[in-house]
Design a protein around this ligand. Structure first.
Ligand code: AGP
Length: 613
């Protein structure tokens, strides 16, 4: 998730760009860059200094030439290509006159790059984005103006983009376009802006407009005009922005946790984008493990902590069911101290949002030391875990700021289930048609999550009615069990209330002694195959006075007879259900915490990344 900003007609171009990039850093930053453009000259500066990239760029720009009225800027959160200066945006075409910045993923970049290199284009980065600069160069060379050149280029592009392009041969013009990744236009007298998010231009523009999918905008100092990809003029939707800056950085939401819960459909889309070739083969970012080695894997061990451990538990069911391979899941901090047996053919998978959790890094190091091949599932590109692994699958959920992990969890489950499908492909443990159907089902989960998000007020109402409760059990069976664990963790870490997650079948082996009036039992009852068993567990707790909350599918009419509260979700393939069923539990935990006056983004005693053992 990168940050984009551009301005035309300004008398403070450099200041506008640098201030805007600083405002966009929360979107992710491992490098930053700007391009200043005037007739006949494109001047560029780029820095790859991690979280200090924008600060380093500011220093770099102290020597920038003056007199530019227009420019673009970009803060990068890498998806393709390491976070090095050569991969930082803006990217230039061969002539150096055309500069482009991009947020998103060009799915067919490999194919396009091959075609462009065959025509003699020289690439200077390993990013997918750079193909856009050379595509526009081709169209400009064919005599198209910048807006038509961008439109023609986008007709051959597949994937997600929010981009801005400038050309020293058509100065004081920015052409921008959007598909999936966000983009807004801002206007002020004699100046026009483009940005990924409102915060970047909040105190400079006086009117704001949303760019919708497949719209191309031409910005000039006096204003802008818009066409769709067919060249038909369209109008932009004007936004009502009455936010202050802090609210704007949260996308207009009250806090980062709400923003990130609502970003889950986009996180799932980004995780699954560009993951399947036309022939159906499932592919990963930096899978430096050969197909033969993957095919010969005899056992999988997943190591992780907290929420990532719960995603790993879901993966166990998918790997064993679809790839017919034995799986162990270890708490990372326990793994390295149990003298683990690592036999030939053992694949260890480290799962981590930050990629910096020392418990998980040390567990993966121990596995490598004992001869295992290791894969990292990381949300941060080039994290320590990713750098030390033999292969990486990035979850591309976008920066997760709130300490409580939400969108990273669903993205991790999606990435791990994708890996399970890849292993099923290699081991031929599922018919290709079944794998295709499951892949398409996985792609559809984002829409089901979106439907569930629209029901947040019903969940908040249940939380309000239970605000006085102090003891919670979360129960589930099969993949409903890790969902219950994650729901309990969310409630614990956000509201500071006591909550435990348990396999539903385990209650009668002890915890049932704790059930009494006032205790709340939250049950995940969305898997038809497990439903009867869980209903009998619910009868046991209700008979002892518990208050029962269930997560149940829309078509389950009878559930109301055994539950005091029902949190409804759309029915889905059971293996996908944790990504949908967790949403009401995230909202429940959030609502309880807000009702108790907790700081939902910064819970007491916790840190976003635990880099100590
Ligand atoms: C999740 O809400 C918690 N903040 C915590 O359990 C977290 O999942 C755990 O610390 C692991 O972090 P990681 O995914 O970055 O490795």
């Amino acid at each position: 998730m990168c940050g984009i900003i551009g301005v035309v007609g300004s008398n403070d171009t450099l200041g506008t760009l640098l201030q805007g990039l600083a405002r966009l850093e929360y979107r992710g930053y491992d490098s930053a860059g700007i391009a200043l453009v005037r007739p006949g000259q494109t001047w560029r500066a780029r820095c790859a200094s991690g979280t200090e990239s924008v600060a380093a760029l500011r220093v770099e720009c102290e020597d920038a030439p003056t007199g530019f009225r227009s420019g673009i800027g970009h803060t990068r959160w890498a998806t393709h290509g390491a976070p090095e200066a050569q991969n930082a945006h803006p990217h230039l075409d061969c002539s150096g006159a055309i500069a482009i910045i991009h947020n998103g993923i060009i799915e067919n970049h490999t194919e396009l790059r091959g075609q462009l290199e065959a025509k003699g284009h020289i690439f200077s980065s390993v990013t997918d984005s750079e193909v856009l600069a050379h595509l526009v160069e081709e169209s400009r060379a064919a005599g198209l103006d910048l807006m038509e050149a961008v439109r023609a280029s986008l007709l051959v592009v597949r994937g997600a983009f929010a981009l801005a392009v400038m050309d020293a041969n058509e100065a004081d013009v920015i052409v921008a376009a959007r598909r999936i990744s966000p983009l807004v236009v801002g206007t002020a007298p004699g100046v026009t802006y483009i940005a990924s998010d409102v915060p970047a231009i909040l105190d400079r523009a006086s009117a704001f407009y949303a760019v919708d999918d497949d719209e191309v905008v031409r910005l000039a100092p006096e204003g802008f005009r818009v066409i769709d990809l067919e060249g038909v003029p369209v109008r932009l939707h004007q936004l009502t922005i009455d936010w202050n800056l802090e609210t704007a950085e949260k996308g207009g939401y009250d806090d980062f946790m709400t923003k990130e819960i609502n970003e889950q459909p986009d996180a799932l889309r980004a995780t699954l984008l560009d993951r399947r070739r036309r022939d159906g083969t499932i592919t990963f970012d930096e899978m430096r493990i050969s197909d033969d080695e993957l095919r010969d894997v005899k056992r999988v061990v997943l190591v992780a902590a907290g929420t990532s451990h719960h995603a790993a538990l879901v993966a166990k069911y998918a790997l064993e069911r679809w790839a017919r391979i034995g799986v162990d899941v270890d708490i990372a901090s326990e793994y390295r101290y149990r003298d683990p047996i690592v036999e030939i053919g053992t694949l260890v998978i480290g799962v981590s949002q930050s990629g910096e959790t020392i418990d998980t890094i040390q567990a993966m190091r121990e596995a490598k030391r004992r001869g295992a091949r290791v894969i990292a599932i990381s949300n941060i590109v080039d994290s320590s875990l990713a750098r030390e692994a033999d292969a990486v699958i990035y979850t591309r959920a976008g920066l997760e700021v709130s300490v409580a992990s939400t969108k990273a969890f669903v993205a991790q489950v999606a990435a791990l289930e994708l890996l399970a499908l890849r292993l099923a492909q290699l081991r031929a443990t599922l018919p290709p048609d079944d794998i295709d159907a499951l892949f398409l089902g996985l792609k559809a989960v984002g829409a089901q999550v979106k439907t569930t998000l629209e029901r947040r007020s019903a969940v908040a109402q249940v939380a309000a009615e239970l605000i006085g409760a102090r003891d919670f059990f979360f129960i589930g069976r099969h993949v409903g069990y890790p969902t219950a664990l994650e729901g309990a963790l969310k409630l614990k870490e956000l509201s500071y209330l006591h909550a435990e997650g348990y396999p539903a079948g385990e209650l009668k082996h002890g915890p049932l002694a704790l059930i009494e009036p006032g205790v709340v039992v939250v049950a995940v009852v969305t898997d038809r195959a497990m439903r009867e068993k869980i209903l009998s567990n619910l009868a046991e707790v209700k008979a002892r006075g518990a208050t029962v909350v269930v997560v149940a599918t829309d078509d389950d009419e009878a559930i109301g007879a055994v539950a005091d509260y029902v949190l409804r979700v759309p029915a889905t393939e059971p293996m996908f259900s944790p990504m949908v069923d967790i949403v009401p539990l995230q909202i429940f935990a959030y609502s309880m915490a807000r009702g108790l006056g907790r700081n939902v983004d910064r819970p007491r005693n916790l840190a976003k990344t635990v880099t100590v053992e």
